[in-house]
Structures are given as structure tokens and as C-alpha cells.
Design a protein around this ligand. Structure first.
Ligand SMILES: [Zn+2]
Ligand SMILES: [Zn+2]
Length: 298
């Protein structure tokens, strides 16, 4: 396999469409080719962004008036064929626009991709802004999270092959479930190993620990903000010599993903969690019935 073959197969590889043998060829090529490693990280990032852009694009939302019209058309019975065909004609027009919008997105992403691959620094997936942790004060939340990851997750779980989570305490059940299912979609063979609350330097975290081979990934959630005034959901990444920390704010909390994954992958892990965690924390908790409700029920 050479670089040209690799570029031809890149997208099929990321979509998991290739034969096992071809996957092995690709992995072997990636082992010795820094250029293609950077290319694949950049491509992964673009795919994640494109996915979330398409999910949230206003062009793909059906307007309330269209929904209402469609509902009334559908409940209107067969006698109104003429009106119906009219509305479906209109539907085709909107679909045309949606496809055109998708085309624009695609052109945009291809453009971005080429900008990325021609970047000057092949060591880091271009397009990911990675700041250095030593540019931050030691008591910055990002550094505190990195130390907590090291103290709590790495020291206890990295070398223990037998650890699997027996039972997740109820207060973390939803959080651990969200983290675990998103991470399993991103990293092959990764397991939930623990979920608890811990802290460092007076900062309390909800801590979910995943393990991928010998590597440990922490998702730390706290009520303190790593970056007051941050755009909610926007992921920022910080690299120390040992770990990458990617953080974002969501639902009045800071989420910090800490791992030994490269910056692009770590940022992608954080990006994947942003929307599900927002839903998780904004969903109203089911509360125990109040005393009034109990009185009324008697
Ligand atoms: Zn190559
Ligand atoms: Zn912990």
C-alpha cells in the first residue's frame, strides 16, 4: 500500500466498508506514514463536524406550516387528489433545495479537507486548535482534571486487566450509560471500568472511566467552568506531555475528556459527547412524588 492507495480507500476505511485484509494493509501503512496519519485524523474530524452540521442545519428542519399542511392533506381523504399532487410537487421543490444545501456542505467539507492536509504541522491533526497545558496556571480546571485522571484512573485501572464495572451507582447510571455507548461507537474494544465521584484540590467530579486496551480515558464532569464565557458545546483541547484534555461547557457544567489518545481523537471523543450530555443534563429528573401528591392519592 502506498499513500495514493491510502487516499483512495480512506473514506471506505472510516466507514468500515473494507475487507479485513485491506484494513490490515492500511494499519500497516499508517504505522510508518506520518502524513497519512495526519490525513486520517483530519478526515475523521471533518466527518464528525459534517455529521453534527447536518443534524443541526436549519435547512433540514421541516417548517411548522409545512407539517400542518401535510397533516391536513393526509387527513383530507382521497377526493382531494388535485390538492395533494400540488403539495407533493412542492415537496419535491424543497427536497431539491435540501440536496443543493447538502452539496454545498460537501463542497465546503472537501475544501476544508484539502486545507487541512496541506497544513504545516503534520504532528497534530490540522484544524484542531490544541493549546498547551503549561500555558495555564496549575490550579486551572484543565490541569486539575489531568491530575485527577492520573491519580484516580491511570494509577488504579491502567495495569489491572481484570477490572470491569460490577454495578454503576444509581446517581451515575445515566451518565455512565451515555459515555459508554458513545465511546464504544468511537473506539473499538473499549469498556466501562468505573463510575464514581472523586476530586482534587477541592474540585468535585463525576468520573466515568473507560478503558481501550491498556489506555484509560476519563470523562470528568463538574459544576465549575473550565472557561467562563465559553461558547456552550465548543470543544477546546489542551496537550500536556502525557495527556490530552478536551473540554466543553454544557448545561451549566464543564465536561473534561482526558486520555492518551492523540489530540484529534480526544477532541472527537469530546465532540461526540457534547449533544448526548446536553440532553442528559437538561432532561428533567423524575422526582419522588411530593407529599401533596401522596395526600391526594390517599
Ligand atoms: Zn502514506
Ligand atoms: Zn475518580
Amino acid at each position: 500500500m502506498n499513500c495514493r492507495d491510502f487516499h483512495v480507500l480512506l473514506d471506505s476505511y472510516l466507514s468500515d466498508e473494507l475487507l479485513t485484509e485491506t484494513n490490515h494493509d492500511i494499519l500497516r501503512h499508517l504505522e510508518d506514514c506520518q502524513g497519512c496519519r495526519s490525513a486520517i485524523e483530519a478526515r475523521r474530524l471533518v466527518r464528525t463536524r459534517l455529521r453534527s452540521a447536518v443534524r443541526t442545519a436549519p435547512e433540514f428542519e421541516v417548517s411548522a406550516s409545512f407539517k400542518k399542511r401535510l397533516q391536513s392533506e393526509l387527513s383530507g381523504g382521497r377526493s382531494r387528489t388535485n390538492v395533494r399532487s400540488g403539495s407533493f410537487g412542492w415537496l419535491n421543490v424543497t427536497r431539491g433545495w435540501a440536496l443543493a444545501a447538502a452539496g454545498v456542505l460537501l463542497i465546503f467539507s472537501v475544501g476544508v479537507f484539502f486545507t487541512y492536509t496541506s497544513g504545516d504541522d503534520p504532528g497534530v491533526a490540522a484544524g484542531t486548535e490544541v493549546l498547551r497545558t503549561d500555558s495555564l496556571p496549575p490550579d486551572h480546571l484543565v490541569n486539575i482534571a489531568a491530575v485527577d485522571h492520573e491519580n484516580c484512573a491511570v494509577k488504579h485501572f491502567a495495569d489491572d486487566p481484570a477490572t470491569t464495572v460490577a454495578e454503576v451507582p444509581s446517581e451515575f447510571r445515566g451518565l455512565a450509560q451515555v459515555v459508554s455507548s458513545e465511546m464504544k461507537g468511537l473506539l473499538k474494544d473499549c469498556d466501562l471500568v468505573d463510575s464514581h465521584s472523586c476530586g482534587y484540590k477541592g474540585v468535585k467530579f463525576s468520573h466515568v472511566i473507560m478503558k481501550n486496551g491498556g489506555r484509560v480515558l476519563s470523562v470528568l464532569v463538574t459544576g465549575e467552568s473550565a472557561d467562563p464565557g465559553a461558547i456552550v458545546g465548543r470543544v477546546k483541547s489542551f496537550a500536556s506531555p502525557d495527556y490530552t484534555v478536551s473540554s466543553f461547557d454544557v448545561a451549566k457544567r464543564s465536561v473534561l475528556v482526558v486520555s492518551e489518545l492523540d489530540a484529534g481523537m480526544n477532541a472527537e471523543a469530546a465532540q461526540l459527547l457534547a449533544e448526548p450530555l446536553k440532553l442528559h443534563y437538561e432532561r428533567p429528573r423524575s422526582e419522588a412524588p411530593s407529599s401533596t401528591a401522596l395526600l391526594l392519592a390517599r
